[in-house]
Design a protein around this ligand. Structure first.
Ligand SMILES: [Fe+2]
Length: 218
């Protein structure tokens, strides 16, 4: 039985808000027509969690049971998992991980000097819905030494297809000097992982939102 705690209520609000905002921002038919470039594969990097946090839901801004909210600009990232035919791929597992607002990952190999933001979940996952849609509430990614801001993604379908990639922020001045970003030679593929973030009107005051559709390579 679902207990109507404030936590559950808040999450319901987020999900319903995302669904309506996603429909307003970019109709699904537009996605399918404009975005026919497969999402490029990228390295998972050294900071995929070796141990998952206790809370692994799709809201990385709040760790379950904690009062504190993560530092940084709250950012809603949403999109759909699609085939290159533009058709939704249902029920894929979508994982994201990224550094906190101080540039620290939830990983023992990250030996950065600044303290880790323990209010930031660092990693989250969800199962995409029947229409392929997914959504995360996280923070706007920040730069850390040697890297432009990015969010790591890993997608695994029930049929066993997998994609690991990274999402970048449109207009970030550090993008051009980032070797991993530059390693995507095809400008259309680079565009496919570059997401414009805009005020999350109708979703959450003061937050940002962006749409990242993931087109699984065949
Ligand atoms: Fe990274």
């Amino acid at each position: 039985m679902l207990v109507a705690t404030p936590e559950v209520g808040r999450r319901r609000f987020i999900v319903s808000g995302l669904a309506s905002a996603g429909a307003l921002l970019l109709p699904h038919s537009v996605h399918a027509q404009q975005n026919v470039v497969p999402t490029p594969r990228q390295t998972a990097g050294p900071f995929y969690p070796v141990r998952f946090p206790e809370d692994v839901d799709n809201d990385l801004v709040v760790v379950r049971g904690a009062q504190a909210r993560a530092s940084g600009v709250v950012t809603h990232v949403m999109g759909r998992v699609l085939g290159t035919d533009g058709k939704p791929v249902p029920n894929a597992t979508v994982e994201i991980w990224q550094c906190d607002a101080h540039g620290r990952y939830l990983h023992p190999a990250d030996t950065g000097k600044r303290p880790r933001d323990t209010a930031f979940q660092g990693y989250g996952r969800m199962t995409a819905r029947a229409d392929g849609s997914y959504s995360f509430r996280t923070i706007r990614p920040v730069a850390y030494p040697g890297r432009t801001p990015h969010i790591h993604f890993a997608v695994r379908t029930p049929g066993g297809r997998q994609l690991v990639t990274q999402m970048y922020v449109a207009g970030e001045p550090l993008n051009t000097g980032d070797s991993l970003y530059a390693s995507i030679r095809d400008p259309r593929q680079r565009e496919a992982v570059t997401v414009a973030l805009a005020p999350a009107n109708g979703i959450e005051p003061g937050a940002l939102a962006g749409t990242f559709d993931i087109l699984l390579p065949t």
